[in-house]
Design a protein around this ligand. Structure first.
Ligand SMILES: [Zn+2]
Length: 323
């Protein structure tokens, strides 16, 4: 029976390719990990993806015919319908690569493509914190902010497959410049990159703070992790930066709560390591700003899949398309 057949998830990133063969309940039966070496160009990278898939098939001692489907989580922008990678910034030189067809032809296994944030949303929904939920918003907060919308039990794609760009909601009209070219996007205010930038500016201005000591006087060494460490040690400047950034994150979430009335917001990504310094302000902003009924309905929880979210998300892409 098809539903019992394993699937392969391939998480294609700018620096690494993670692959796993996964059974229908999300158990990882075999895994492979290698560097993308994106500078070698698309053919070499695709060959590594294929090698990696063949490796997990061999490791799990199944045949290619037994694998139901391959799911790929890849950096956007994508043309989902066509299965094409358009021009991902972290895979230089890739221009409208029909990755779905190439992988499908080489392996002889039906293949599905999804952007990495949407794949992660599907992964948390099927295997992680969102199991059994119908209305879930997934948000990842690390160097950038991304997300995916599970509405009425399904991933919402929008008119051109680009829905769920949570990081690029405008929060402050004339705020800091975002990587997308707009100003005041959530990502420019609340991502790890935004937090580090705020801290660097304060240290460069000579504001007395533990962050300067932790960075040994070199503002370039300041990361969001360092800011969090200073905050944990009680540094007022670091706490203020985090509180402000996480309040912006909460404003973004309150907007989503009013728009979509989710039962669950799942937050993943490296910044969730700061724990209540993230979740506290987010929950408070929702309580203060969203309608009472929606605010009382929604739970805000940490993602569960951790480092496996990439491969499990990619596998969930394959499973989402199976009958
Ligand atoms: Zn933006």
């Amino acid at each position: 029976m098809l539903s019992k057949q394993p699937v392969i998830g391939i998480d294609l990133g700018g620096t690494k390719i993670s692959t796993a063969l996964i059974d229908s309940v999300g158990r990882i039966m075999a895994r492979d990990y290698r560097e993308t070496q994106a500078a070698e160009g698309q053919e070499a990278v695709i060959e590594r993806m294929l090698d990696s898939a063949r490796r997990v098939i061999a490791q799990a001692e199944v045949t290619q015919a037994q694998v139901a489907a391959v799911g790929i989580g890849a950096p956007g922008p994508l043309d989902i319908e066509a299965g094409v990678l358009v021009a991902p910034p972290n895979l230089p030189g890739w221009d409208r690569v029909p990755l779905k067809r190439i992988i499908e032809d080489a392996l002889g296994i039906t293949t599905f493509l999804e952007n990495d944030a949407n794949a992660a949303a599907l992964g948390e929904h099927r295997f992680g914190a969102g199991r059994g939920r119908q209305h879930m918003i997934y948000v990842t907060v690390s160097t950038g902010i991304g997300g995916g919308l599970i509405l009425d039990g399904k991933l919402y794609h929008g008119a051109s497959g680009m829905a769920g760009e949570i990081g690029h909601m405008t929060i402050v009209p004339y705020g800091p410049l975002c990587g997308c070219g707009n100003r005041g996007c959530l990502e420019a205010l609340a991502s790890g990159t935004a937090i580090a930038r705020q801290a660097r500016e304060r240290v460069a201005r000579g504001v007395p703070t533990l962050m300067a000591d932790l960075a040994a006087g070199d503002p370039e060494r300041i990361t969001a992790k360092l800011v969090a460490e200073a905050a944990h040690q009680g540094d007022a400047e670091a706490r203020e930066i985090l509180a402000e950034a996480m309040n912006y994150l909460g404003i973004g979430m309150a907007n989503l709560v009013n728009l979509f009335n989710p039962e669950l917001i799942v937050i993943g990504g490296g910044l969730t390591n700061i724990g209540e310094l993230l979740f506290g302000p987010v929950r408070r902003a929702i309580d203060r700003r969203a309608f009472r009924a929606q605010a009382q309905t929604v739970q805000v929880v940490q993602a569960k899949l951790g480092k496996d979210v990439g491969v499990l998300g990619a596998a969930a892409v394959a499973l989402a398309h199976k009958p």
